[in-house]
Design a protein around this ligand. Structure first.
Ligand SMILES: NC(=O)c1ccc[n+]([C@@H]2O[C@H](COP(=O)([O-])OP(=O)(O)OC[C@H]3O[C@@H](n4cnc5c(N)ncnc54)[C@H](O)[C@@H]3O)[C@@H](O)[C@H]2O)c1
Ligand SMILES: O=C(O)C[C@H](O)C(=O)O
Ligand SMILES: [Mg+2]
Length: 662
């Protein structure tokens, strides 16, 4: 076994050298001297070798000693760790902003180093550059503002966007995340300050999906704000006017979409944190015309569905039992409705009966249980409103506590944006759940808006629960060496893979089939053993791995729906002939890397899987020809081609030699 594993590890290193992204080719730069030092994409700070200092007119502009990338990395981490130490005991928000500032300064100065430290320390840094700290940054954006990042299109730019889009310096853009700032996490309307969300999401695209940071574009569409406090804030940086509505609003987004796809026809646009009415309206308006998706509706739905299927497995039941799970969803907004729609589709596929698929789902909003008797029932919520006779005796508008007590749900899932709404009484009522392992999903963000904390959930609902939250919480010490596992049910496990898979497929639309493939991939990622322990999602340390898997699943779905038009030098025919594969983008040189020596741990996982396959081939007496690059080895390798293809397209942060061209 050792030899086989060793063999696979060694062959991986051969292959990864062949496709290596870790040894960079030269990078053309059209600037010289101080302009290079002030461009975070090219800047290496003190890391410029002497030859480059001479070639690029940098001699004298830097202190004489050359500091290697690794030394710079260590120095940054040292500063970060000492900041952590020095701020111990300070208020949480103060510490969170201090950490964000130090990372943001590096981002503004040296992108290569920034993304490397982010990728290698994703577990520590994701909560700083993404949820929950990003919420705090948005709330304080106008005061924190030092440098712009991304593009800002405002209602005043009407008629100008087609030319404005050419102000963006990059020739090619692959991923755009856009918000209008109207529903930032659970924090409400933050107007122009919502730009922090696209920036944070795109950082996750770089870290998790390996999207080239030169090809990302965060966008703020400023159509005003209805947040009175911001309108009165003298530092507020956005338009001081109420939000545009109706056709006026839509005409601004229409113009933006036309401008973007006119310049970059192959870009993908992710809509993020739009208030519900515009989230649904824009999704419907654009999804058949452009390559776009709404992450809050569609990404969240896939992540929640994967978690819901995980809870069925955690109970030791077959997946088909999902149709019998009673699920109470609290929050009938873009996220809650997206989750229910996908859950109903899953039940329909399992049972073949769409009529009764929503039977076991109960939907609650700020006015309580939603039934067909609801006055002014929102058409988007109507398919999930209970008919009289299906309510188990509960009336229209029944409270959350009444619903939980009566329904005894298997799952209580919050997407309400209301912190603490899963009160002690509600959690205690989950003791009576009909499930052997009740699940509590407090998915609202950021931390203070979570429906309950992890500690409260385990304390009041019992130690036997499965728990997931949108923002990270520490695992809970249950005493006697037992641990209450906390899962992070956040759409970050899907959106980078949805974007990456779509990009590499060259599909012009993102279909339900592609989204379903992404959700199924995440749902099947965890082993039975892990799920039984209450682990529904991978650790964030494995985000690059899961993203590659999700990306490949999305790509395969696009191919099977005949939507894949290819990407770069990979045409649709080549894509069609790729089969399932596993990624290997680990840069560790260890023979058997561990999660410590290889943060993404890919080579380790791949070696294990490869060795298992090889053992099977050996035991079936088929493994004659797998030497170096024999035909049979090639045959075996072709199973891996899709992920390999995905992997090859993943950017990895290392300094490239710079070559000046006028
Ligand atoms: N974990 C994730 O990946 C993820 C993804 C998307 C959204 N979210 C979070 O979900 C929350 C909601 O997002 P959204 O886009 O659906 O917002 P939304 O504004 O569209 O919907 C909020 C819903 O909550 C309901 N609500 C408000 N107060 C309530 C109360 N007291 N009791 C019951 N329901 C109540 C509203 O009636 C509305 O139906 C936000 O906090 C957001 O950060 C998390
Ligand atoms: O941004 C997140 O962390 C998840 C989600 O998109 C949200 O709006 O809360
Ligand atoms: Mg969001």
């Amino acid at each position: 076994m050792w030899n086989l594993t060793r063999f696979v590890v060694l062959s991986l290193s051969r292959r990864s050298r062949r496709f290596s992204t870790a040894i960079p080719g030269p990078c053309i730069v059209h600037k010289r001297g101080a302009d290079i030092l002030h461009d975070p994409w090219f800047n290496k700070d003190t890391g410029f070798p002497l030859t480059e200092r001479d070639r690029l007119g940098l001699r004298g502009l830097l202190p004489p000693r050359v500091i290697s990338f690794e030394q710079q990395y260590a120095r940054f981490m040292e500063s970060y760790r000492s900041l952590e130490k020095n701020t111990q005991g300070h208020p949480d928000n103060f510490v969170a902003l201090a950490k964000w500032r130090i990372l943001n300064r590096l981002h503004d100065r040296n992108e290569t180093l920034y993304y490397r430290v982010l990728m290698d320390n994703i577990k520590d840094f994701a909560p700083v550059i993404y949820t929950p700290t990003v919420g705090l940054v948005c709330q304080n954006y106008s005061g924190l503002f030092r440098r712009p990042r991304g593009m800002y299109f405002s209602a005043r730019d009407k008629g100008e966007m087609i030319s404005m889009i050419y102000n963006w310096p990059a020739h090619q853009v692959d991923m755009i995340v856009i918000t209008d700032g109207s529903r930032i996490l659970g924090l409400g309307d933050l107007g122009v300050q919502g730009i922090g969300i696209p920036i944070g999401k795109l950082d996750m695209y770089v870290a998790a999906a390996g999207i080239n940071p030169q090809r990302i574009l965060p966008v703020m569409l400023d159509v005003g704000t209805n947040n009175q406090k911001l309108l009165e804030d003298r530092l507020y940086l956005g338009l001081r006017q109420p939000r545009l509505e109706g056709e006026e609003y839509l005409s601004i987004i229409d113009e933006f979409m036309e401008a973007v796809f006119n310049r970059w026809p192959k870009a993908i646009v992710q809509f993020e944190d739009f208030q519900m009415k515009w989230a649904f309206e824009t999704l419907q308006r654009y999804r058949k015309r452009f390559s776009m998706f709404n992450d809050d509706i569609q990404g969240t739905a896939g992540v929640a569905l994967a978690g819901l299927l995980g809870t069925v497995r955690a109970q030791g039941r077959p997946l088909a039992d999902f149709a019998n799970q009673k699920i109470v969803v609290v929050g009938a907004g873009s996220a809650g409705l997206g989750v229910l729609k996908m859950a109903v589709e899953a039940v329909t596929r399992m049972t073949g009966n769409g009529e009764t698929a929503a039977r076991n789902f109960f939907l609650i909003d700020k006015d309580g249980l939603i039934t067909k008797e609801r006055k002014n029932l929102d058409p988007a919520a109507a398919p999930f409103a209970k008919n009289p006779g299906e309510t188990m005796g509960l009336g229209e508008g029944a409270t959350l506590l009444e619903v939980v007590k009566k329904v005894k749900p298997h799952v209580l899932l919050g997407l309400s944006g209301v912190g603490g709404i899963f009160s002690e009484e509600v959690l205690k009522a989950m003791h009576e759940s009909d499930s052997t392992k009740p699940a509590i999903f407090a998915m609202s963000n950021p931390t203070l808006n979570a429906e309950c904390t992890a500690a409260d959930a385990f304390k009041h609902a019992g130690e036997n629960i499965v728990f997931a939250s949108g923002s990270p919480f520490q695992h809970v010490d249950l005493g006697n060496g037992k641990v209450g596992h906390v899962n992070q049910a956040n759409n970050m496990y899907l959106f980078p893979g949805i974007g990456l898979g779509t990009l590499l497929s060259g599909a012009h639309f993102i279909t339900d089939g592609m989204l379903q493939a992404a959700a199924e991939c995440l749902a099947s990622y965890m082993t039975d053993e892990e799920v039984q322990k209450g682990l529904l999602y991978p650790s964030i340390d494995s985000i690059r791995h899961i993203t590659a898997e999700v990306g490949a699943a999305v790509l395969r779905a696009a191919v099977s729906e005949e939507l894949a038009e290819g990407h770069g030098d990979m045409g649709p025919k080549e894509l069609m002939h790729m089969s399932k594969m596993r990624p290997m983008w680990c840069t560790s040189t260890d023979l058997l890397p561990t999660p410590e020596t290889c943060p993404a741990c890919i080579r380790h996982i791949t070696a294990e899987v490869g060795a298992a396959v090889l053992r099977a081939a050996v035991s079936e007496e088929l493994a004659e020809g797998h030497g170096d690059v024999g035909p049979k080895e090639l045959m075996h390798m072709s199973k891996d081609e899709t992920v390999e293809y995905v992997t090859r397209n993943m950017w990895y942060p290392v300094y490239s030699p710079l070559v000046h061209e006028k």
